[in-house]
Design a protein around this ligand. Sequence first.
Ligand code: ZN
Length: 176
Amino acid sequence: MRCPWCGHLEDRVVDSREAQEGLATRRRRECAGCGRRFTTYERIEEILPQVVKKDGRREPFDRKKIVEGVARACQKRPVSAEQVEALVGAVERQLQELGEREIRTAAIGEAVMRGLRALDEVAYVRFASVYRAFRDVAEFMSELEELVRKGPGQAPAPGAAAAPAAPAPPPAKEEP
Ligand SMILES: [Zn+2]
């Protein structure tokens, strides 16, 4: 750590303790050049990126909001609260792994849609229609047509034989 007094690069840590309720480590350092002391704080870097809204405003990533949006799309669908949580958790991890400081709401929406599409196509269409709003109706309609053409069920894995449609799992029994 460069000494703020003389610019020397070597120092000795003379004290190290937890600070800010465990969110930071405070280190007292003594410069090996001039012997003066200074303090550094080490923090975990904010893990989740800031969300950039359509109008340019920034806000912190709000997991609860996304869970609510997904749960709304899954209403009366055979998707459990655990599956919703798992989906949002997976989206969160994807965002963390990007390592970006900022992310557009649209990118979050796309990630959620990818997850929902694999889970339940009706919920996917509901979510997509809300998320994409009227921004790109044409694209949305073409995806809808694709779904209709493909019929119910998941897209088969490449090379997989056409499997008979699996019976739908029983609907989740939670009441709001
Ligand atoms: Zn110094």
